[in-house]
Design a binder for this molecule. Structure first.
Ligand SMILES: *[C@@H]1O[C@H](CO)[C@@H](O)[C@H](O)[C@H]1NC(C)=O
Length: 211
C-alpha cells in the first residue's frame, strides 16, 4: 500500500484545495483572490500510533521537512522521532496531529476536548484511523468556536452519517472513508488473496499467514 492518500488529505486541509475548487466553480474568483492558506513544509507533526500505517505516514511526512513526534502506548526502540507518553503533551507541541492508531477501548475518544484545546486555534487535526477515536461533538464545537484551525477527516463515528455542522465549514475536508481504496490497491489485495489460496491448495507456505 502506498498510503499517499493521508498526505493528500493533509495538503487538501492545509491548502483548502476543495474550497479553492468551489471558489473557481462558483465564479468567486472573478471578484478577487482566494484567502491565504497554510504551508505544510517544516511543520511539527504529531502522529498518534506509530504502527505500520503511522510509520509509513511518518516516512512520507519527513520528505516535507517536517519534524515528527508521536504518541503510542510504548516508546519505539527503532526510531529517533520524539516520543510523548501523554497525547495531550504531544498535541500541545505539534501543529498537525494525525490519528493513525487502531481502535481499542483505550483509544476510543482519545482525541477529546483536552487534546483539541492543547492542539489549539492554529492546530489541524487529521483522522485516518476510526471515527470513534475522536469525540465528534467536541470537534464540532471546537471548529465552530475557532478553538481549532481545521480538520481533515476520512472517518466518522456513525458513517455514512456525518455531523451536519461539518457540512457548512470550509476549514474541514471530508472524505467518504476512502483510505487506501484505489484501483491499484484493490487489485493488489485481490491478487494477494488469490496467491494465498493457490499456495494453500498447493501445500506451499502462505504469502501472508495469520499468526
Ligand atoms: C463560492 O465558494 C467558496 C468556496 O467554497 C465560498 O467561500 C464562497 O462563499 C462561495 N461564493 C458564493 C457566491 O457562493
Amino acid at each position: 500500500m502506498l498510503l499517499i492518500q493521508p498526505i493528500g488529505l493533509i495538503l487538501a486541509t492545509l491548502r483548502k484545495i476543495c474550497a479553492c475548487d468551489g471558489f473557481v466553480r462558483n465564479g468567486s474568483w472573478k471578484n478577487g483572490d482566494f484567502e491565504l492558506t497554510t504551508k505544510f513544509s517544516g511543520k511539527v507533526v504529531g502522529i498518534v500510533g506509530l504502527g505500520r500505517i503511522g510509520s509509513a505516514i511518518a516516512k512520507r511526512v519527513e520528505a516535507f521537512g517536517c519534524t515528527i513526534s508521536y504518541h503510542s502506548r510504548t516508546k519505539k526502540p527503532n526510531t529517533n522521532y520524539r516520543y510523548y507518553s501523554n497525547i495531550v503533551n504531544l498535541a500541545a507541541n505539534c501543529q498537525i496531529l494525525i490519528v493513525a492508531c487502531s481502535l481499542t477501548e483505550e483509544t476510543c475518544h482519545i482525541v477529546n476536548r483536552e487534546v483539541i484545546d492543547a492542539l489549539g486555534p492554529n492546530g489541524v487535526l487529521i483522522n485516518i484511523g476510526r471515527g470513534a477515536h475522536i469525540d465528534e461533538p467536541e470537534l464540532v464545537s471546537a471548529l465552530l468556536e475557532g478553538r481549532l484551525a481545521g480538520a481533515g477527516l476520512d472517518v466518522f463515528e456513525n458513517e455514512p452519517e456525518v455531523p451536519e455542522p461539518f457540512l457548512g465549514l470550509e476549514n474541514v475536508v471530508l472524505l467518504p472513508h476512502v483510505g487506501s481504496d484505489t484501483f491499484e490497491t484493490s487489485k493488489a489485495m485481490a491478487d494477494l488473496v488469490i496467491a494465498n489460496l493457490e499456495a494453500h491448495f498447493l501445500h506451499k507456505p502462505l504469502l501472508t499467514p495469520v499468526i
